[in-house]
Design a protein around this ligand. Structure first.
Ligand SMILES: [Zn+2]
Length: 262
């Protein structure tokens, strides 16, 4: 049969032709009878190409009924599975967003507590954090619909033209290789999670990320102009918006959602 239900990441319907992925192993079940299934890779049989498919572990008579039903899934059926899975994921993310954000490969958030204590009474810094949060919440669409897919493309095409981003991505090459076979699903979840992170209810979590991202020593590492230019200037404003939006996109694209989300 063509589809199986992945029992993690909220229960996503997975297509057999796209399921060549080690993290799925042991997490696949039949969407009709809930019995475990396994992936039979595409192969040649008597010079004919046999498509990849999911097969029940148990040889029970009802199996053909499952396959018949799954074979008739309409576009709406498939969308219903997808929206249910998304809802489940967002519920989990709502409770533990920070836990997942901390696992990203682009920005190290381990100093958050220390930096928070250091900066909590610095008025100008608190002002910068408010400004940064506005930068993010005024650019939600840009981050979710443009930046994240753009970075996705860079990763997949190894586009030399965007060398600046590539430089940052070099350090999580193995992560990217792990995900190569299901980048689309990964990117979809990264976009959902970023959308939630940028919504009003996540203000406190954004504050944590911004305490670390806006810390002068951290900004300096990526671009000295961020701490040297006049903060009232148009140039700084542009540079800062680019910096903060790109960092957030990189954080969300570099969390291994498929592996980590239950
Ligand atoms: Zn079944």
């Amino acid at each position: 049969m063509q589809y199986a239900l992945l029992t993690k990441i909220g229960g996503e319907l997975i297509e057999a032709s796209r399921a060549d992925y080690q993290d799925y192993y042991g997490f696949l079940k039949c969407p009709e009878c809930n019995e475990p299934v396994f992936l039979r890779q595409g192969h040649l049989r008597q010079r004919k190409q046999i498509k990849a498919s999911f097969v029940h572990h148990k040889a029970v008579p009802e199996i053909s009924a499952c396959e018949l039903r799954i074979g008739k899934y309409s576009k709406e059926d498939i969308e219903a599975f997808a929206s249910k899975a998304k809802k489940q994921r967002l519920q989990k993310l709502n409770i533990s967003m920070w836990k997942y954000v901390k696992t990203n490969m682009a920005v190290n958030f381990k100093d958050y507590d220390k930096l928070k204590t250091q900066t909590k009474n610095v008025k100008s810094y608190q002002g910068l954090l408010v400004y940064a949060d506005n930068c993010l919440t005024n650019n939600v669409e840009f981050i979710v619909d443009n930046l994240i897919p753009q970075i996705g493309k860079v990763i997949n095409n190894k586009n030399a033209a965007v060398g600046e981003i590539m430089g940052l991505l070099d350090k999580f090459n193995s992560f990217v290789n792990d995900l190569k076979s299901d980048w689309l699903l990964h990117e979809k979840i990264a976009k959902e999670a970023a959308g939630l992170f940028l919504s009003p209810q996540m203000k406190e979590i954004r504050y944590r990320a911004l305490v670390v991202l806006c810390y002068p020593k951290n900004m300096e590492l990526l671009n000295r102009d961020l701490v040297e230019l006049n903060m009232q200037s148009e140039t700084w404003n542009k540079l800062f918006t680019n910096y903060i939006t790109l960092q957030i996109a990189l954080v969300f694209i570099s969390i291994n959602w498929i592996k980590l989300l239950p």
